[in-house]
Write a protein that binds this ligand. Structure first.
Ligand SMILES: C[S@@+](CC[C@H](N)C(=O)[O-])C[C@H]1O[C@@H](n2cnc3c(N)ncnc32)[C@H](O)[C@@H]1O
Length: 191
């Protein structure tokens, strides 16, 4: 079965089936998605989760086209698994890659290696006060933070639980600041 056909059941309309088919085929060709899913089957569940989040946030995958989307803690080509502590394909920047293939304009933020990715990306330490100040206010149609706070990288940089509440409060403030009126919080792990 091709990588694209495995995800097509998530499409809700013929238009979504076509869009998803071509996006997944591009992810397979450009980033070896099928080989990586065969090696790490959990990656399929992560992509399904991202597809569902975009459908719920924008009403349809077709509406992702032209949307500027901030991906906070996007994953990277050096990101590690919280389970094994080793580098994993699961936490490559799949959300931003998917948004790009659907015609959106992702902006990814991560402390890890994003060299070679063809969307806009910035290496930032999300725990530093003011780390997101360089992003203009009201400049995004959608924002997500996902799985940052339990990651090995975050827990190594900020082992003290006392820091977490401040960092989350600052990130929540920045998410509200950078969203345009009518923009959507696609997903957050900030309680
Ligand atoms: C588990 S991955 C999540 C990837 C993706 N967002 C997802 O939901 O699958 C967590 C990411 O957060 C990044 N990260 C953790 N702490 C960070 C920090 N202080 N500054 C920037 N990025 C950080 C890691 O480099 C890693 O790529």
């Amino acid at each position: 079965m091709s990588a694209a056909r495995g995800f097509s059941a998530l499409a809700k309309t013929p238009e979504e089936r076509r869009l998803l088919g071509s996006a997944i085929a591009a992810l397979a060709e450009r980033y070896g998605l099928a080989t990586k899913v065969a090696r790490e089957p959990e990656l399929a569940g992560i992509l399904e989760e991202f597809i569902g989040r975009l459908q719920r946030a924008f009403g349809s995958l077709a509406r992702v086209r032209g949307k500027r989307i901030l991906d906070i803690g996007s994953g990277s080509n050096s990101s590690r698994s919280p389970v094994t502590g080793k580098r994993t394909a699961q936490f490559e920047p799949w959300f931003s890659r998917l948004v790009l293939e659907l015609g959106g304009e992702p902006v990814a933020l991560d402390a890890g290696d994003l060299a070679g990715e063809t969307f806009i990306h910035h290496r930032v330490d999300l725990g530093k006060p003011g780390a997101l100040d360089f992003l203009p206010a009201a400049s995004f149609d959608g924002v997500q933070d996902s799985r940052v706070f339990g990651s090995p990288e975050f827990l190594a940089a900020y082992p003290s639980r006392g820091d977490h509440a401040h960092i989350k409060a600052e990130l929540a403030r920045q998410e509200r600041r950078v969203l345009r009126p009518g923009g959507v919080l696609i997903h957050t792990d900030i309680a």
